[in-house]
Design a binder for this molecule. Structure first.
Ligand SMILES: C[S@@+](CC[C@H](N)C(=O)[O-])C[C@H]1O[C@@H](n2cnc3c(N)ncnc32)[C@H](O)[C@@H]1O
Length: 386
């Protein structure tokens, strides 16, 4: 039962988060030399008030999901206040290095220092110009903080929208019977939310970075039924047809096109008939046309070499080729949430209802255009306020 106190605590903690990370975003602007944005692109950028309104809409929906019992109220702070301060200090100490890389477009430091053969070549880049790429303890320690600063405190709320379809899918399968795999689990940020909501659910987190998996191990230490695997998402050392639900958050925009195909094929191999993929990733071009300029700008400011290709990829067709059919899709601020189903015996989850993300039938021919969470059947119109 959600009480008034829960609402007060939720609102206060979200305000605190937004102020905390928003202030750091603003302050980090002083260190940044924003890459030249052509005036045509700058003029077409969404207005700040529009972005703030959509962010507010995400938080409103997040609260509604909590109120409706779809998932529990998030932790007020994942890190305690001293740890939050320490991370902020580390973040600002690292910022000049990130900025130097940005200015020089230097993105191969991690390639130069990593012995050959252990990782795929594309992986050995300083994605986001971050120090050590994904390959150090320091990077794993800073990553979540950096992402929250980038999204002004909204990253966890976007990830949480994956819990909406997850609840429906688990309702069909049963929490104790289901097997969930989080592909590219990073530091375990999403799995931690999953375990807070479903402590009895058996979960596996997979990532290529042993350093990030160490952080995930620490974040998930209080739960049993967690296994962590260091392996590539395109070649997962798990049996075929043994997984009910695959979640995959903020990976696809970082994959080269060929890898995107391979990872989808691997998902199809791993899923049981009737199993499903819940994909959360960046908006794509055309999902919310007002944001297209921001999508064009993003890979210029951050080292995101495959983002442009991702932004134009027809995900519906990509997954369909592997036998995974788009079942529902919705936007969540700067992210989109999509559910793909492998055909087979398991009953379909019922979609619709008053949850944060509603089902919409997608034109199978067209590139996937996600609908707003509050889409009327005629949608797709993106990012309407709730
Ligand atoms: C942008 S982060 C997202 C992490 C996490 N899902 C989240 O929500 O924060 C991308 C993650 O994908 C991992 N990664 C990238 N390519 C991979 C691959 N081919 N196989 C497994 N993990 C990969 C990276 O190590 C990193 O942890």
């Amino acid at each position: 039962m959600v009480t008034r106190l829960d609402k007060v605590v939720y609102q206060a903690s979200q305000r605190l988060r937004v102020s905390w990370y928003g202030a750091q975003k603003w302050a980090s602007g002083w260190f940044s030399e924003t890459p030249m944005v052509p005036p045509r692109v700058r003029l077409a950028m969404p207005h700040r008030t529009r972005i703030l309104r959509d962010f507010e809409a995400l938080l409103t929906r997040d609260w509604r999901n909590i109120e409706e019992g779809i998932y529990c109220r998030p932790e007020t702070m994942v890190d305690g206040p001293m740890e939050a301060l320490r991370k902020a200090r580390l973040f600002f100490a690292d910022l000049p290095r990130v900025e130097a890389r940005r200015r020089a477009d230097a993105n191969d430091e991690v390639f130069r220092i990593t012995p050959r053969g252990r990782y795929p070549r594309y992986y050995l880049q300083n994605f986001h110009y971050q120090t050590d790429g994904y390959l150090s303890r320091r990077s794993a320690e800073l990553y979540d903080h950096q992402v929250e600063v980038l999204f002004g405190g909204g990253a966890d709320a976007m990830r949480r929208q994956a819990l909406v379809p997850l609840r429906r899918l688990l309702g069909d399968i049963g929490v104790r019977r289901a097997r969930l795999l989080d592909l590219a689990c990073g530091t375990g940020r999403f799995l931690r939310e999953v375990k807070r909501n479903y402590p009895k659910l058996a979960v596996t987190g997979l990532d290529l970075s042993g350093f990030y998996l160490d952080a995930a191990r620490a974040h998930l230490a209080r739960w049993s039924g967690v296994s962590l695997v260091e392996a590539p998402a395109e070649s997962v050392p798990l049996p075929a047809s043994g997984t009910d639900i695959i979640t995959c958050i903020f990976l696809f925009h970082e994959l080269p096109p060929k890898l995107r195909h391979q990872v989808v094929a691997e998902m199809a191999r791993l899923l049981r008939p009737g199993g499903a993929v819940i994909l959360v990733d960046s908006l794509q071009r055309g999902d919310a046309p007002d944001y297209d300029s921001l999508i064009d700008y993003f890979p210029r400011a951050f080292h995101e070499p495959y983002y442009r290709g991702y932004a134009n990829e027809d995900l519906t067709a990509l997954f369909a080729k592997a036998g995974l059919t788009l079942e529902e899709a919705g936007l969540a601020y700067l992210a989109k949430v999509m559910v793909f189903r492998k055909s087979g015996a398991r009953a379909h989850a019922s979609v619709g209802g008053s949850q944060g993300m509603r089902a919409t039938s997608m034109p199978s021919s067209a590139r996937s255009r996600a609908s707003s969470s509050v889409a009327s059947p005629k949608m797709p119109r993106a990012l309407a306020s709730p």
